[in-house]
Design a protein around this ligand. Structure first.
Ligand SMILES: Cc1ncc(COP(=O)(O)O)c(C=O)c1O
Length: 385
């Protein structure tokens, strides 16, 4: 008996490793987990309770509850200014399943999938699970970690099939401007690429930055799948509700595959999600105000530390911190910071970029109190080096 090479060879998530190490220690300030520290609104919780009271606990249809698909289609239409119908939407078990199913529907073995690097680690893992080839496109701090149209074009080969975009980005907080999206869209049309636009952080934008999606560009609607989720927008990570929104054929293929993967997204979570899109968006605005305050504080403090610098992220709740001035590489820096100062961060090399060893990723989806204490400890640690 021998388990398959793909499953054996794919590396486990390095972020979880760091979380586990941190959890085993006492008095650790953790900047590792990309999960809101807020709780969903009472009305969202009530909607879940009502679903349970009504014993609304059976399988949902593979594509999701019709009411949720309709509510989401209307919300998305307003967001992007293009009309989406329920048939353009599949409800998935978190954004993660939406990413995976959409790749399963587009990638043949050996097909290449472009992604800017550093990237969300699961991207390369999922592409490999589809027997595709992840193709990282290096992005640089000088360019605010943003994918340039020139770099996309350069990375294209006859095997290129899909382009993955993630704006605002995990792990850098980078936001792609509409001007760049416009140029990238032209390339996608020219080379007939599928585009996955991962927009799970779409509402977490700072400094008045406006939401922009590649789907708004000409020729993109028919080749773009928007990946979305209730996880970050409404702090509903454990409800496991995500969405794929795009061309009907793509959606019906994803729905077909859903059956053999998880049947349907959780019914109680879907009831809660309906309420979230009806009443939860103002709360999201409040959360974003808090994230922005934390980002400002963290950015100021980090740039005052010896050997540390960072650019100001425009979205999401991540900051990619340049630690090269400390003389340590990211792994040594992170290990020593955890052991000596009890502060957990993730080494940047884990996000698939060549230059990642000079960076660590920090998440500020944690209280201001934790951020202050974490900064005090980190500052002391850096001064001691
Ligand atoms: C870039 C990105 N996409 C998708 C997801 C998926 O989140 P979920 O499955 O909780 O919706 C995450 C979660 O951290 C993420 O960072």
């Amino acid at each position: 008996m021998d388990y398959c090479n793909m499953a054996k060879e794919i590396p486990a998530s390095p972020i979880r490793d760091m979380m586990v190490r941190a959890a085993a220690m006492e008095d650790v300030i953790s900047f590792t987990v990309g999960e809101p520290d807020f709780t969903p609104t009472e009305s969202i919780i009530e909607a879940a309770k009502t679903a349970l009271d009504h014993r609304d606990i059976r399988y949902a249809p593979g594509a999701g509850l019709t009411e949720l698909r309709e509510v989401y289609a209307q919300y998305l239409s307003e967001q992007v200014g293009i009309s989406y119908e329920a048939e353009n939407v599949v409800v998935t078990a978190g954004g993660m399943s939406s990413l995976f199913l959409s790749l399963l529907c587009t990638v043949n073995p050996g097909d290449e999938v472009l992604m800017s690097a550093p990237y969300f680690t699961n991207y390369s893992q999922m592409v490999r699970m589809c027997y595709g080839v992840p193709v990282p496109i290096e992005v640089y701090e000088e360019d605010e970690f943003i994918l340039t149209p020139e770099a996309v074009k350069k990375a294209i080969t006859p095997r290129t099939k899909v382009l993955m975009l993630n704006s605002p980005c995990n792990p850098t907080g980078g936001v792609i401007s509409m001007d760049s999206l416009k140029e990238i869209a032209k390339i996608a049309v020219e080379y007939d690429l599928f585009v996955l636009s991962d927009e799970v952080y779409r509402h977490i934008l700072f400094d008045g930055e406006k939401y922009a999606s590649i789907v708004m560009q000409p020729g993109m609607r028919e080749r773009t799948l928007i990946i979305d989720s209730c996880s970050k927008t409404f702090a509903m990570t454990g409800f496991r509700i995500g969405f794929g929104a795009g061309p009907k054929e793509w959606i019906s293929l994803m729905t077909k595959l859903t059956e053999g993967v998880y049947s349907s997204a959780p019914t109680v979570g879907q009831r809660a999600a309906i309420e979230a899109y009806k009443s939860g968006l103002p709360y999201c605005v409040e959360m974003v105000k808090q994230y922005e305050k934390r980002r400002n504080y963290l950015y100021e403090r980090l740039n005052q530390m010896k050997g540390i610098s960072c650019i100001k992220p425009k979205g999401a709740f991540y900051i990619f911190v340049n630690i090269s001035g400390t003389g340590l590489d990211a792994v040594e820096f992170s290990n020593r910071l955890l052991d000596e100062a009890h502060v957990a961060v993730v080494p940047g090399g884990n996000f698939g970029s060549k230059g990642g060893d000079r960076y660590v990723r920090m998440v500020y989806a944690t209280s201001m109190e934790n951020i202050k204490e974490g900064c005090d400890r980190m500052e002391k640690f850096c001064s001691s080096l």
